[in-house]
Design a protein around this ligand. Structure first.
Ligand code: ADP
Length: 580
């Protein structure tokens, strides 16, 4: 099955983003690079001094070995101090950039349209927020600074090598083709390899998360063997993907190692021949050999971090890809005029080509109570979610006061219409914070008023720290009924004029039901209510009943009218009534 995963950014996007990131703090970057440059320069003195020393010994000039040793020691101390400062400067910069990257990513994830998250599955998103974010932070913390250091150091060493004697640069060049071609070979395959590796890992996470979430279903339907097979298959795919990238490294690493050793040997050997020809001095040969030796370290860093940079680049492509998800709402500036909610020719599909709503028209007047009934799978919940603006319709329009719901900023939308379901998450934090989610500018008085309205102030007042009590996981335990009251109090604070009530999911703990129904009634009071009714007496009490069948509204009218019409609703009512 080809799972639709979230988009992945392309190379150009990653490159331009990385460039923007690197150049965002030019001063900090300049300082870090400058310090690394100075450190590199002070490291260049020792080979030069040693070369001269050898020369002096050769020509039997007066030699001050102690002086030279002291000088080399002094340069090393200076270099160490400079490296320390440089590492500090670049780490600081890295952390700063990383923190911003994370914040940006969190914002993007939170802005993802719900329907995209649902169709892409949570596994992909979880992998991106965990594994990819980690990979990227490794890159930003280590790979990027190390690479920059390596480049700066390398440039200075090569410069020194040329100044020492251009002729002696030549023998070292022999390794260039080997390093060049093996690295190109590797890099051209690595990106796709790592992308595949990460995608395979996401699939595996997705499968496991699904199995755990659906554990009861798996057990009830005896799906264990099938889930097992899927996990095995995912592991096999992931293993193949990892093996491929490991294969790439197995070829590339040894080639590079050989590429490092060859230049040292050839510089010494060919340098010796040049010396015999009298083209260079012995001091130059010594210095050049030491420089070439010194070049191994930055080169090795550069190439080995290339690998990490590739992993980081792949991770970044996946993180940036999240921003490519088209927004499902385009906040306009129009303000709704009135409170009537209207759906016009609404169609909706969870999967392309499979509409579950086929052109629904419905107008709900302010203050009206509308019940939706119909067989399971007819599309009631879907219509409810569309009326609450959770999803935008595929075609057609759902509008409040003449403004399409998808044109309203989320904050405004929730002030007009909200969906009430059984999902009532209590976030870890204070009780106050849990309520402020609905209306960030509410003061304590308003919060207490909302809690009172849903009959919750009694117990909330008794909490050890009142509104400051930490609730949610690890905090003070709140019962499911209390959690539901918190959710209802949020609604009171958000104060939407219309509520869409999904009864199927708001079935509550029977012991608390009576209490909660009072709270709910208080919240519903004075608002437009669209109730997805699973108990027909809800329909009986409503102003109008909409019968949803096969993604269409087949009957619409008051209970009495529909019963008199003798259609599906009348049949439903009869059978239900008969049973009682
Ligand atoms: P009802 O609330 O009347 O029981 P729903 O609106 O839940 O009906 O479902 C209508 C149709 O849409 C059903 O065929 C159902 O299988 C399908 N459906 C509901 N939710 C999803 C989803 N998240 N992904 C794909 N199909 C869905």
């Amino acid at each position: 099955m080809a799972r639709q995963i979230l988009p992945v950014a392309d190379r150009a996007q990653v490159r331009s983003y990385a460039r923007r990131l690197v150049l965002k703090y030019p001063r900090e970057l300049g300082t870090a690079l400058g310090l690394h440059g100075l450190a590199a320069v002070s490291g260049l003195a020792a080979p030069r001094l040693l070369g001269d020393l050898v020369q002096d010994v050769r020509t039997q000039a007066a030699v001050d070995v102690a002086g030279v040793a002291l000088a080399i020691g002094a340069f090393m101390v200076v270099q160490s101090v400079l490296i320390g400062c440089a590492v500090y400067a670049s780490s600081r910069l890295g952390e700063k950039v990383l923190a911003e990257l994370r914040e940006e990513f969190v914002d993007q994830v939170l802005a993802l349209p719900l329907s995209t998250v649902e169709s892409a599955g949570s596994g992909d998103l979880i992998t991106r927020t965990s594994r990819d974010a980690d990979a990227l932070s490794r890159s930003v913390r280590h790979a990027v600074p190390e690479t920059l250091i390596a480049v700066v150091t390398g440039v200075f060493v090569v410069g020194a090598l040329i100044l020492n004697g251009p002729l002696l640069v030549l023998p070292g060049l022999i390794a260039v083709p080997l390093l060049w071609f093996s690295t190109r070979w590797y890099l051209s395959r690595a990106r796709d390899g790592y992308l595949r590796e990460n995608a395979a890992y996401a699939d595996m996470t997705e499968g496991l998360a699904e199995t755990v979430e659906g554990a009861r279903t798996v057990e009830a339907l005896g799906l264990a063997a099938r889930r097992h097979a899927r996990t095995d298959r995912d592991i096999a795919t992931s293993w193949r993907a990892e093996r491929y990238t490991l294969g790439l490294r197995t070829v590339w690493f040894p080639s590079v190692e050989i590429g490092y050793v060859i230049p040292v040997v050839t510089t010494l050997f060919v340098g010796g021949l040049f010396y015999i020809e009298d083209w260079v001095t012995i001091a130059q040969v010594t210095t050049a050999t030491l420089y070439v030796q010194q070049l191994i370290d930055p080169l090795d860093r550069l190439l080995s971090w290339m690998d990490e940079l590739q992993v980081g680049g792949a991770a970044m492509a996946r993180l940036l890809g999240v921003a490519d998800v088209p927004d499902d709402r385009v906040a306009g500036s129009a303000r709704p005029d009135g409170e009537d909610l209207a759906a016009a020719d609404v169609r909706y599909a969870y999967r392309e080509g499979h509409d579950v709503l086929h052109g629904v028209d419905l107008t709900v007047a302010p203050g009206e109570r509308l019940a939706m009934v119909g067989p399971s799978g007819a599309g009631k919940s879907t219509l409810g979610r569309l009326l609450a603006g959770i999803h935008g319709p595929r075609t057609g329009e759902v509008a409040v006061g003449g403004v399409p719901l998808v044109d309203l900023p989320l904050g405004d939308l929730r002030g007009h219409v909200a969906l009430v379901t059984q999902e009532h998450h209590v976030f870890r934090g204070t009780l106050r914070d849990n309520l402020l989610i609905a209306r960030p500018d509410a003061d304590d008085e308003r919060i207490i008023e909302a809690l009172r309205a849903v009959d919750a102030w009694e117990w909330a007042e008794g909490l050890p720290d009142g509104l400051d009590t930490v609730v949610g996981s690890n905090g003070a335990a709140v019962s499911p009924a209390q959690a539901q009251q918190i959710a209802l109090a949020r609604l009171v604070l958000a104060d939407p004029h219309t509520l869409v009530l999904d009864e199927a999911t708001s079935l509550i703990d029977p012991r608390a039901a009576r209490h909660l129904e009072r709270s709910l009634a208080a919240v519903l009071h004075g608002r437009t209510v669209i109730a997805i009714a699973h108990r027909l007496y809800t329909a009986h009490d409503a102003d109008r009943v909409a019968v949803v069948e096969d993604g269409r509204i087949s009957e619409l009218g008051s209970h009495d009218d529909l019963v008199a019409e003798g259609g599906s609703y009348a049949a439903l009512w009869d059978s239900w009534h008969g049973v009682r």
